[in-house]
Design a binder for this molecule. Structure first.
Ligand code: BGC
Length: 722
């Protein structure tokens, strides 16, 4: 693509600043025209002073060495007789500090490639273009942006062509990242330490737009934070090495400014420098995220639960900025595969995430190594060599989930070989056949597997929960082999070999890890949900007892938590599942809500009961992993599930699980075949269900099955127990 266009660069070193590329040309007003652009960095394009398209941070984030998206915009209504096209290129992810280990990318030149196709002419990037410095003198994904509005107009000079591969260019695959919600400050206040702080009342990912009157040279400096400390002071030590600052040097008069080439994760802004008094109407927070259709809605009669649901949504928004990230604020913002693996199910209910994930699966495949292993972050900006269980398994879990939710076989076709590659990798990586064993590295901090990351049964000072890595890895080996078999069968392939493999793994697991000998919540959860025990009632009873004896509290981390409520509710302990869901004491989802959370925390004890913080070295307050609980609310509490035999909700299973502890709960999912609704209400006479389905469905109420045609239905059952 972009035939005939050349990569162009300014003659001097662009440093940390953004560079303007300019091309003037003549045209005929109204003529048909399309502009296709990509760059090494991120760009925005203006044609005759008007912004082209609304993609922020274009061309997006991909495994740049192999895949670089280009966007095509229809600019027909923008062409005049005399035209000026200016494309400004900032460092973006491509040349940002976060990618410094990928030296080849990090040290890439600031470069643009573009092509304008009009009725009678074609303009491509070449030596006829000019380039010069913009007033964005610094931009970096982690560190923020500095704009000096006092600088004179750009002085343009000649460009050079650079030799950069063109075969990496692909058409836009994902949804555009766009400006979404705008939030006004909830308050502006002075902390005990004397800092002026703005509270937007909601943690978001994006930036702040400022509006002010100033004198030339006045400075604005804003710092980002997620939390106030227990004394009410601004706190952002948990951002670690990410400076996350917005700096603006004013010109004379009234002006508006916002960063253009980076993003921030924040709820609070500390006003470090500001001319005069900072009043609330000078600030607006702008949320940025990939543009997806909202498809899921959950409403309950419990306000705290509603806030939790809202938090899972905001954590999705804040971490779906072109790639699924762990967090949007500190010096990471990486496509951690494990986090996406656990949250993808919830994500596909809340929003139509098909296109978003299809694009990222392209990066997963691009990053898959020859031996089938998947790096723990994708794109692999940190050159991570490890391939952890439950992280790399995103390669089987995600395609299967996206297929189930949207019913598009193409997803499986595109990813089948990669899914197989992952399972084969495990087969070749173990010290013991039919399990995933080794290496024995439990004494070191950075083990091959992350285990039940951040679980509360971890030894003091460790991130790894108490569930043995080998057990988790072997359970996921079984799970991935099983999903591969299902995918293959859906594609009509002969999967006998992998079916036999799955059976062997299961048998080996059962022998090595009998549920009766399991000592952690997560081990039992995996045995139950991955069908790795012949004694489900016994395993479930044990799990239930562990939770009850722990005061109705969980101990699970990244691996166990997403499946915990299912392991209970699918095995006769829905009441315990609800007790965990509605638990307010530490550790619990509602503990976070009670402590003012507006997004999902990375740690159950991100903020401790006394208001102090968990260590600064790993303490994000916007990490969606535990937000996976939202999928249980849709698919178990509300009961809206895809039918594996008719994926994409061509048929539905609707099996709500009411609880006497919540007056009512309503789940709604806009599937590709129409909107499914499931509501239950506790009444004096029992539970009343209102269900609407646009597709044939199997409705299961109180264990009784009803096969129904599309329509609206009311059911009653006896009072919910628990
Ligand atoms: C990230 C996680 C990630 C983990 C791997 C962390 O630094 O923030 O969410 O999955 O590393 O262990």
């Amino acid at each position: 693509m972009l035939e005939k266009a050349l990569w162009i660069s300014p003659r001097g070193d662009a440093g940390d600043g953004a560079v303007c590329f300019r091309r003037r040309f003549q045209g005929a007003p109204g003529e048909k025209a399309t502009l296709t652009v990509s760059c090494l960095g991120v760009y925005d394009a203006y044609l005759n002073g008007r912004r082209v398209g609304d993609f922020i941070l274009a061309p997006g984030c991909t495994e740049y060495e192999k895949r670089l998206q280009a966007q095509t915009y229809d600019v027909s209504d923008m062409i005049q007789a005399e035209n000026e096209l200016i494309v400004t290129v900032g460092k973006g992810w491509h040349r940002s500090r976060m990618i410094a280990k990928r030296e080849g990318l990090y040290h890439a030149p600031c470069a643009l490639i573009a092509r304008l196709d009009m009725d009678g002419q074609m303009i491509v990037t070449d030596e006829a273009w000019e380039a010069g410095p913009s007033n964005v003198i610094f931009s970096d994904i982690w560190d923020g942006e500095t704009c000096d509005a006092t600088l004179p107009e750009t002085v343009y000079g000649s460009v050079r062509t650079v030799d950069w591969p063109r075969d990496i260019l692909i058409s836009q695959e994902g949804p555009f990242v766009k400006e979404q919600e705008r939030l006004s400050p909830r308050s502006v206040f002075v902390t005990p330490r004397g800092e002026t702080v703005i509270d937007f009342g909601q943690e978001i990912t994006g930036y702040v737009e400022i509006m002010l009157s100033a004198k030339k040279g006045d400075r604005v400096v804003l710092s980002c934070g997620e939390m106030l400390d227990r004394d009410g002071n601004f706190y952002n030590e948990n951002y670690r090495k990410a400076l996350s600052r917005m700096t603006y040097v004013c010109r004379d008069g009234k002006q508006t400014w916002k960063p253009r080439f980076t993003f921030y994760g924040f709820r609070y802004i500390r006003v470090d420098e500001w001319p005069g008094e900072a009043s609330p109407d000078c600030f607006q927070a702008v949320a940025l995220y990939s543009d997806m259709e909202r498809t899921g809605f959950l409403r309950t009669a419990n306000e705290k639960l509603n806030r939790l649901i809202e938090n899972t949504l905001w954590s999705q928004r804040g971490n779906f900025v072109d790639i699924p990230t762990d967090c949007p604020q500190r010096d990471e913002r990486m496509g951690w595969t494990g986090d996406a693996q656990v949250f993808c199910k919830a994500a596909c209910y809340h929003y139509n995430a098909k296109q978003f994930f299809e694009k990222w699966m392209g990066d997963l495949r691009a990053d898959q190594r020859a031996d089938g292993s998947i790096p723990d972050t994708v794109p692999n900006f940190w050159l991570i060599q490890r391939s952890s269980a439950a992280w790399g398994d995103v390669m089987t879990v995600l395609p299967w989930r996206v297929y189930l939710m949207y019913g598009d076989k193409k997803i499986l076709e595109q990813n089948f070989e990669a899914m197989k590659g992952w399972v084969d990798y495990i087969t070749g990586d173990t010290l013991e056949k039919n399990l995933w064993i080794g290496p024995d590295d439990s004494s070191i901090m950075w083990q091959k597997h992350y285990g039940d990351w951040l679980a509360l049964d971890a030894a003091e000072g460790s991130y790894h929960g108490a569930t043995p890595n080998d057990l988790i890895a072997s359970a996921f080996y079984a799970h991935s082999a099983n999903l591969l078999v299902k995918a293959g069968k859906a594609l009509g392939r002969d999967m006998a070999e992998y079916e036999a493999l799955h059976e062997r793994i299961r048998a080996a697991f059962l022998q090595r890890y009998p549920a009766a000998a399991m000592t952690t919540q997560t081990a039992l959860v995996l045995a139950l949900v991955f069908d790795l025990t012949d004694d489900k009632p016994g395993a479930a009873a044990r799990l239930n007892r562990m939770i009850r004896e722990n005061g109705n509290r969980l101990k699970t981390g990244f691996v166990g938590t997403p499946h915990l409520l299912y392991a209970l509710s699918e095995n006769g302990y829905a009441d315990t599942a609800y007790d965990l869901l509605l638990q307010e004491a530490y550790p619990s989802w509602l503990y976070e809500v009670n402590h003012g959370a507006t997004t999902i925390w990375e740690h159950w004890d991100g903020m401790k009961e006394d208001g102090s913080f968990w260590s600064t070295d790993m303490n994000s307050f916007n990490h969606y992993a535990y937000g996976a609980v939202a999928d249980w609310l849709y698919s178990a509490a509300g009961g809206i599930r895809p039918d594996e035999e008719a994926p994409g909700f061509a048929r539905a299973v609707i099996a709500p699980i009411p609880s006497p502890r919540i007056q009512s709960l309503e789940a709604e999912y806009k599937s590709v075949h129409g909107t499914i609704r499931s509501k239950w209400t506790n009444t004096r006479d029992g539970v009343r269900y209102e269900i609407a389905t646009p597709v044939p469905a199997e409705i299961i109420i109180d264990g009784k099955r009803h096969s129904v045609t599309p329509g609206s239905y009311i059911f009653y059952s006896e009072a919910a127990k628990g």
